[in-house]
Design a protein around this ligand. Structure first.
Ligand code: FES
Length: 151
C-alpha cells in the first residue's frame, strides 16, 4: 500500500464509505480499511471518517480506541506485540513487556511495542509476536537477544 499516492488512498477510502452507503454501522470496517490504506489512524483521518459517516467525532474516537488492533501513530520497521492475557500474564508477560520497553527505548526509531489481551494461543504462554512471527514461551533473555540481533 505504500506505493499508493495520497489522492488514491483518499479515493479508496471514499469508495469504501460509499459502498456502505455512509452508514454508521460500517464504522469498524471503515476504520480497518483506513488503517490498511494509511498505516495508522491519524486525528484528521478519524475526523474525516466521522464527517463521512455522519457520526460524532467522539464516537469514532471511542470505538477506535476501544479496539487494540487500531494504531494511532506510524509503525516502526520492527514490532513486538506482548500478550497480556491471563495465561501469558501468569507466565511472566509483565517481565517481557518491561524488557521490550527497555530494549525499544534504546532504539526508539525502529521499534513499535504493543500489547494484546489474548492472542488466542494460550498454550504457548508467554507469547510474543516479533515482526509478525508468533514466538512461544519467550523468556526475557531470549527477547533481549532478539532485539540485539535484529538490525
Ligand atoms: S493469554 Fe496470551 S495467548 Fe491467550
Amino acid at each position: 500500500m505504500d506505493a499508493l499516492k495520497a489522492s488514491e488512498r483518499d479515493e479508496m477510502l471514499e469508495r469504501a464509505m460509499a459502498r456502505h452507503q455512509y452508514a454508521g454501522e460500517a464504522l469498524i470496517e471503515i476504520l480497518h480499511t483506513a488503517q490498511q490504506l494509511y498505516g495508522f489512524l491519524s486525528r484528521p483521518l478519524l475526523e474525516r471518517i466521522a464527517r463521512g459517516l455522519k457520526l460524532p467525532p467522539s464516537k469514532v474516537l471511542g470505538v477506535a480506541t476501544f479496539y487494540h488492533l487500531f494504531r494511532f501513530a506510524p509503525r516502526h520497521p520492527h514490532s513486538a506485540v506482548i500478550c497480556l492475557g491471563t495465561a501469558c500474564y501468569g507466565a511472566g508477560a509483565c517481565d517481557l513487556l518491561a524488557e521490550a520497553q527497555h530494549c525499544a527505548n534504546l532504539d526508539s526509531e525502529r521499534w513499535t511495542i504493543e500489547t494484546v489481551r489474548c492472542a488466542g494461543a494460550c498454550g504457548l504462554a508467554p507469547l510474543v509476536v516479533l515482526d509478525d512471527q508468533p514466538c512461544a514461551r519467550v523468556s526475557p533473555d531470549a527477547l533481549a537477544e532478539f532485539f540485539r540481533r535484529t538490525k
